[in-house]
Design a protein around this ligand. Structure first.
Ligand code: NOJ
Length: 448
């Protein structure tokens, strides 16, 4: 097969998130987050796992950065734990928590690895949840105060920023489905959370511009094409709603400064309480970003299902696709399709793939290797799909594999392994999987 070469200076990276890898949950003054609290509720996390220790990255970051360096990783996307720097969410700053991130950034730069920092990857300080969390209209201002501190302390070294990670999940998995923190099950609350997250995003982008901060700011969204399971009219209609729910509800405000009218109508008809859309908020939300971050994993199909209130659809696996141990279909075509859509329909000119990867039931063999050929195949397919979009004119500037390590996979605890590096959670030893070596080689060649 002919080699596909990637653009020069391509940002080859790996991604992680604070609660999933740091551990040190009560060390050096860190405050409680909604995930610490959620993990204490029986039955919420598989096997009763929690993020108290996770990969102990808080203590082992020098070793972790050195490992990245040995694999030739060029960029590292990580998130900051809000409650580590503001234990109560607002007010007094925890200097020791802040110092950890300064040290980490320093270590990365020393090793020639570029930091890409996410400000909010789902771990809201519990003290703010006690005030109503993101459903509270004051939350965007608290978020801005937190972001100001981070910009002030790290802004001379970090030049790539993301405000939010997957606001869809933070809003709907956390506040409608209730299977993530804070575990609320109310559709109207989820809508107001999604709205306030975006007001917060807007305030932070505005501040970043007004202060003439050096660097680039964007957001990481999980987006996926939706296809009807059959050609029946009701499935086609349901697919429009499925697209509106996960994609357009999050893209339109940011790019066009509007919310999709068909979804507003649907929600009204079903008796959902909608946020009060304000002009000023829509202006804030739709400020120009320097890049769009795309988290891409899979592409489920859609079937009409009137038993599901208020959405009227459910998701099905595409009939042809292999699935991973989470039941997620492997659908790399969806990545090409979404990248083309972002460019052609939304006019987005700069994109990073901020997450892509798969979970497999990896085991460490006697000779300390991990043969994860299925993950290599998954990555191979998606990188070809990304290349396909680049060849068709989409400006993709980087790719972050999810994840560097097996880590705390939210409600699935440690049972779901996404790493290209295996972690033995009893000893904290790290073992590079076959996919890790494969990825290192690809980075070296800048080709596949
Ligand atoms: C997206 C989330 O951003 C990340 O935290 C999660 O672990 C991966 N998806 C895999 O589920």
């Amino acid at each position: 097969m002919e080699k596909k070469v990637f653009p020069p200076d391509f940002a080859w990276g790996v991604a992680t998130a604070s609660y999933q890898i740091e551990g040190a949950y009560d060390t050096d003054g860190r405050g409680e987050s909604i995930w610490d609290r959620f993990c204490t509720i029986p039955g919420r996390i598989l096997n009763g796992d929690d993020g108290k220790i996770a990969c102990d990255h808080y203590h082992r970051y020098p070793e972790d950065v050195a490992l990245m360096k040995s694999l030739g990783i060029k960029s590292y996307r990580f998130s900051i734990s809000w409650s580590r720097v503001f234990p109560k969410g607002t007010g007094e700053v925890n200097q020791m928590g802040l110092q950890f991130y300064k040290n980490l950034v320093h270590e990365l730069l020393e090793h020639g690895i570029e930091p890409f920092v996410t400000l909010y990857h789902w771990d809201l300080p519990q003290a703010l949840q006690d005030l109503g969390g993101w459903a509270n209209p004051n939350m965007p201002t608290y978020f801005l105060d937190y972001a100001k501190l981070i910009f002030q302390e790290l802004g001379d070294k970090v030049t790539k920023w993301m405000t939010l990670n997957e606001p869809y999940c933070a809003a709907f998995l956390g506040n409608y489905e209730g299977r993530q923190a804070p575990g609320i099950k109310d559709f109207s609350t989820a809508l107001s959370v999604a709205y306030n997250l975006y007001v917060g995003h807007g305030l932070v982008v505005e501040y970043f511009r007004n202060e003439n901060m050096i660097g680039e700011i964007g957001i990481a969204l999980n987006l996926m094409p939706r296809l009807p399971f059959t050609n029946k009219e009701e499935d086609i209609k349901a697919t429009e709603y499925a697209d509106g729910y996960i994609n357009r509800w999050f893209l339109d405000p940011i790019i066009k400064g509007t919310y999709p009218q068909d979804m507003i109508t649907l929600y009204r008809e079903k008796g959902v309480v909608l946020p009060e859309f304000q002009e000023e908020h829509l202006r804030l939300m739709s400020q120009k970003l320097d890049f769009m971050g795309l988290n891409y994993y899979n592409d489920f199909w859609v079937t009409a299902d009137e038993t599901v209130w208020p959405l009227g659809f459910s998701l099905k696996n595409p009939p042809f696709a292999p699935v991973n141990d989470r039941g997620w279909p492997v659908t790399e075509q969806g990545l090409t399709k979404m990248l083309l859509r972002l460019k052609n329909e939304y006019g987005i000119d700069t994109i990073y793939i901020t997450e892509n990867g798969t979970s497999q039931p990896d085991t460490l063999s006697l000779n300390k290797t991990v043969g994860d050929g299925i993950r290599i195949d998954y990555l191979h397919r998606h990188l070809l799909a990304m290349h396909d979009a680049i060849a068709q004119g989409v400006n993709v500037k980087g790719y972050f594999q999810w994840s560097l390590y097996d880590n705390f996979e939210w409600a699935f605890g440690y049972s779901s392994r996404f790493g290209i590096v295996y972690v033995d959670f009893n000893t904290q030893e790290r073992f590079v999987k076959d996919s890790g070596f494969w990825y290192a080689n690809l980075i070296k060649e800048n080709a596949i």
